[in-house]
Design a protein around this ligand. Structure first.
Ligand SMILES: Cc1cc2nc3c(=O)[nH]c(=O)nc-3n(C[C@H](O)[C@H](O)[C@H](O)COP(=O)(O)OP(=O)(O)OC[C@H]3O[C@@H](n4cnc5c(N)ncnc54)[C@H](O)[C@@H]3O)c2cc1C
Length: 427
């Protein structure tokens, strides 16, 4: 309607009526504003309650995880486990679902920790000890899962234990297993966004971390980088995609260095490249994350040093070494020192009755003992399995890597340590 006609209508010639209508309009406006404010307040309160409930839920889940980890259900030494299920994850890689033989509940573990196995492969001169990371989250108290890839040495000979598992260990077999341990784990109570980076079988601890964060409905941002050669080596593809569907805060970046013809970019993988720090600079909003890494030696060396160069503080870069060849750049100073830079320490091996001057070109005490014909047990070469632990009667050592295995007062892990004084060692 034309506003002039409206203003000339009889209703608007009555001043009382005009004031009344204005009053009604003001009243309606006031009611609408109050209603709008109340709706917003209600929405805000509802959102706050939802967040508080989620935080409470997470606290309860974390407490449950801790309760499961109560010391009364942990164990010392080796415990018997039955292989309940063996599943092929991809080419030459199998998962083993392990149930406690006595059927008692299992302690939980921190995502990133590993189990230590003692096995006796046919033809091996003695029992072999190896560590394998838990690849599940800490979600069940009736089984653990580890995933083992066949290892082939550079000379083409098969690794003893990983090939024994692949060829000889089957469902129903019994295994000797030590309780979960290791200091490389994600602390779920520290609320920082994380970047999980893995290459090949190094995915196992990362998968456990991603699974636990998803299980407890943690809201932190997760960037999950995984690198392998092609689809044939792409382990846990479906499991990781399922996790991503459940966890909207997880972003996946799958890198194939040499995709096969049948591998489809955008479907099977995201990047035709290795996992590199340049890729991270491209896809991460900043470098301000906690980084967890595990993979083959060269992969770890380039990523760890690349992250440091990018300005990521050392305390935010955490990694697991799967063997002696891994993470030279991460070690405090793994390069053997020049003789001139090192005091001439004397090392006495008390049981063998030998006194020898420390050779600074030795990578560690274990290598030094071996060079001098003194046998010390050895397995992982990464300070994780505890095989090379010896009693120290006198003197001190420094470590290249943080030991994953517990080191009691008066002992040392020879595979990752070097002397920093004269020493008397019980070997
Ligand atoms: C904490 C931790 C967690 C681990 N988690 C997993 C996991 O989840 N999954 C997995 O598959 N593996 C994992 N590993 C690695 C695993 O423990 C074994 O090292 C791996 O399975 C190889 O063992 P093997 O007995 O088959 O090989 P071995 O017979 O022990 O041979 C491998 C060893 O030989 C050495 N070597 C390599 N090349 C040569 C050569 N040319 N000549 C002589 N020696 C050589 C290497 O230094 C290596 O120590 C983990 C290791 C650690 C320390």
């Amino acid at each position: 309607m034309n506003p002039e006609i409206l203003l000339r209508s009889p209703a608007f010639s009555d001043p009382f009526l005009v004031v009344g209508m204005a009053g009604v309009a003001l009243m309606l406006g006031y009611i609408a504003t109050q209603w709008w404010a109340a709706t917003r307040r209600y929405a805000f309160e509802a959102q706050r309650s939802r967040l508080e409930l989620a935080a409470l839920g997470k606290k309860i889940d974390v407490l449950n995880l801790k309760a499961q980890a109560a010391p009364e259900v942990a164990w010392n030494g080796y415990r018997k486990f039955t292989v309940a299920k063996k599943v092929e994850e991809c080419n030459d890689t199998f998962s083993y679902y392990l149930s406690p033989h006595n059927g008692r509940p299992l302690p939980s573990f921190k995502p990133g920790q590993y189990l230590t196995f003692e096995v006796q492969p046919p033809g091996a001169p003695k029992a072999q000890i190896r560590c394998y990371s838990l690849s599940d989250g800490a979600l069940s108290d009736d089984h653990y899962r580890v995933t083992i890839k066949r290892y082939m040495k550079e000379d083409g000979t098969p690794g003893v234990v990983s090939n024994y598992f692949a060829d000889h260990v089957s469902e129903g077999d019994l295994l000797n297993v030590k309780a979960p341990s290791g200091k490389f784990y994600l602390d779920v109570e520290v609320d920082r966004p994380v970047v999980l980076i893995s290459g090949g079988i190094g995915i196992t601890p990362m998968l456990a971390m991603a699974r636990v964060l998803t299980h407890i409905n943690d809201k932190r941002e997760i960037y999950f980088f995984f690198g392998c050669r092609s689809g044939v080596d792409h382990m846990f593809r479906d499991e990781v995609i399922e996790l991503q569907k459940k966890n909207p805060n997880m972003r996946l970046h799958i890198c194939y260095s040499r995709p096969d013809e049948g591998d489809v970019k955008g479907q099977d993988y995201n990047h035709h490249s290795r996992v590199t720090v340049d890729l991270m600079k491209e896809v991460l909003p900043s470098s301000n994350f906690e980084y967890y890494l595990c993979g083959p030696g060269p992969f770890m060396d380039s990523l760890v040093s690349g992250l440091y160069e990018w300005g990521v503080p050392k305390k935010d870069v955490k990694f697991e070494a799967f063997g002696p060849a891994t993470v030279k750049s991460g070690a405090k100073d793994a390069t053997p020192k020049a003789a001139a830079d090192t005091p001439a320490f004397e090392i006495e091996f008390s049981r063998s009755g030998k006194k020898v001057a420390w050779d600074p070109s030795s990578a560690n005490l274990h290598a030094f003992a071996e060079k001098n014909g003194i046998p010390i047990d050895f397995s992982c070469g990464a300070g994780s399995c505890g095989s090379c632990l010896v009693a120290v009667k006198k003197g001190n050592v420094e470590y290249d890597l943080e030991p994953g295995h517990e080191v009691d007062e008066g002992s040392c892990l020879t595979c990752i340590s070097r002397p920093c004084s004269n020493m008397v060692i019980d070997a």
